[in-house]
Design a protein around this ligand. Structure first.
Ligand code: PRP
Ligand code: URA
Length: 209
């Protein structure tokens, strides 16, 4: 079973409240999504492999550490996942960035994929999938299946808010994927929105309705 890591750090919980408040502007919403994403990115890269490297400080020789092993690929699920890219790239600036375009049909709540452009060497990379909202889990399950179909083997998901139903669905469909979240909310409403949630993340990020 994949791990669920809930980052209930005070700074994250404080910022999450800003995202939830309906009066928060798109500008502030974007800034805070980016900040929370950098914290999630920090946590999700905790197990990166290191190797020793001989270096010289101004005062002498020593052995330092350097990230080694697999490279990283960041994959936002469009649109809302785009809001998380800058924050995660600030932590791993050398990462390649792929994109999966997907929207949820409002009637069926099933994901519809309209775009997919991924780095070619997915097998050689640790993949960090980004989407602020994990609701029914349909979009994330589909995105992970597409990544695996194209060769990805090591995938983790960063989501700001998640519903228990979505977490369960993803863990059942892809038990090898760890999920990093800022909070787990109560439930979904009849339209598949997370309650209490923060509303429609894409609309709030980009000022659309
Ligand atoms: C939202 C969100 C996820 C999806 C989550 O996207 O960003 O991708 O819904 O729902 P699920 O877990 O039930 O699949 P939306 O369809 O609103 O598209 P957008 O990002 O283009 O706004
Ligand atoms: N997508 C969103 O943007 N918000 C939700 O609450 C659920 C899906």
């Amino acid at each position: 079973m994949g791990k669920l890591i809930v980052m209930d750090h005070p700074l994250i919980q404080h910022k999450l409240t800003i995202l939830r408040k309906k009066e928060t502007s798109s500008k502030e919403f974007r800034e805070v999504v980016s900040e929370i994403s950098s914290y999630l990115g920090y946590e999700a890269t905790k197990d990166l492999e290191l190797e020793d490297i001989n270096i010289e400080t101004p005062l002498g020789k020593t052995v330092g550490k350097k990230i080694s092993g697999k490279k990283i690929g960041i994959v936002p699920i469009l649109r809302a996942g785009l809001g998380m890219v800058d924050g995660v790239v600030s932590v791993v600036p050398g990462a390649r960035v792929g994109h999966i375009g997907m929207y949820r049909d409002p009637e069926t709540l099933k994901p519809v994929t309209y775009y997919c452009k991924l780095p070619k060497d997915l097998k050689e990379r640790n993949i960090i999938l980004l989407d602020p909202m994990l609701a029914t889990g349909g979009s994330l399950i589909e995105a992970i299946s597409e990544l695996k179909a194209q060769g990805a083997r090591n995938i983790r998901s960063l989501n700001i808010l998640a519903a228990p139903e979505g977490i369960k669905a993803v863990q059942e469909a892809h038990p090898d994927v760890d999920i990093y979240v800022a909070a787990v909310d109560k439930c979904l409403n009849e339209h598949g929105y997370i309650i209490p949630g923060l509303g429609d993340a894409g609309d709030r990020l980009f000022g659309t309705k």
